[in-house]
Ligand binder design. Structure first.
Ligand SMILES: [Zn+2]
Ligand SMILES: [Zn+2]
Length: 277
């Protein structure tokens, strides 16, 4: 691999499924050299990318973790708007089986009148279209001169579900999906410089929710991060904030993780955070 400039990671959406005054849905942008790699495209992704100075037409490739709507609801908008703004090549989209059907139904069919209208007035179809790469099994997803992207499949709500690891010659970044705790995440996150990890709530909170078993607790995250030797842990997908009256609930989860992994730096994500890795 060529030695790229140091990658950066922008938290474009630190929240989860519910509307939140300061947190967009899942969306993270990894920039390596001049490549903008988008991971998930949830609620407010397009709006937040604009707020943080990223034109949607500058996105080079898109990676989707799973097909829960909070992770993909802005994907049709991102494709339509980048087309509108002048994107002239197919967007590569990597994700689980079903992402192609989602875009056929949720974009090509759903917006058939719009597409027909614009292409009839000279807009090139090519700029709207996309190339779907449905990931059949975990492992190597993409390899270029500058980076390698690998996936790990973990359990989450009965869906095909991929966590992503981005490696450059100088850095290792993990962006988890929503996930049940899985001991294989330890090896996947081994010596990572940055782990952007879901921490949707505490065990006490999950016990009150039918879907509580789909996610990781602070204790799960702390154990995985410590055993993997992760340097920086950034908590995202903070569902509990939409239920708890405690304004410090996420910081308290971070404190639990610090007690388990005192050698790591543990942060609660905020929209707009930018990390040079
Ligand atoms: Zn989610
Ligand atoms: Zn999910």
């Amino acid at each position: 691999m060529n030695k790229p400039s140091s990658p950066s990671v922008l938290i474009a959406g630190s929240g989860a499924v519910r509307a939140h005054p300061t947190r967009g849905g899942p969306c993270y942008l990894v920039t390596i050299d001049d490549q903008n790699l988008l991971f998930d495209c949830g609620r407010c992704a397009v709006h937040n990318l604009s707020r943080f100075g990223i034109p949607v037409e500058s996105i080079s490739e898109t990676y989707i973790t799973h097909l829960h709507f909070d992770h993909i609801c802005d994907l049709p908008l991102m494709l339509l708007l980048s087309w509108n703004n002048g994107r002239s090549r197919h967007m590569p989209i990597f994700g689980p089986k079903g992402i192609g059907a989602f875009l056929e139904n949720g974009l090509r069919q759903a917006y058939v009148a719009d597409i027909k209208s614009r292409t009839a007035h000279g807009k090139s179809w090519d700029g709207l279209d996309w190339d779907t790469h449905e990931i059949a099994k975990e492992g190597l997803v993409r390899e270029t001169d500058s980076f390698i992207i690998e996936s790990l499949a973990t359990k989450h709500a009965g869906l095909l579900n991929y966590n992503y690891r981005i490696k450059t010659p100088s850095s290792k970044i993990v962006i988890t999906s929503d996930s049940e705790p899985d001991p294989r995440l330890i090896e996947f996150c081994r010596d990572a410089d940055l782990m952007v990890v879901e921490c949707s709530g505490t065990k006490e909170f999950y016990d009150t929710q039918a879907w509580g078993g789909w996610h990781m607790t602070p204790e799960d995250v702390g154990r995985i991060a410590r055993e993997a030797g992760v340097k920086k842990v950034v908590l995202k997908h903070l569902v509990i904030e939409s239920f708890s009256k405690d304004p410090d609930v996420s910081e308290k989860m971070a404190e639990t993780i610090r007690s388990l992994h005192p050698d790591g730096e543990i942060l609660v994500a905020e929209d707009g955070m930018l990390f040079d890795v």
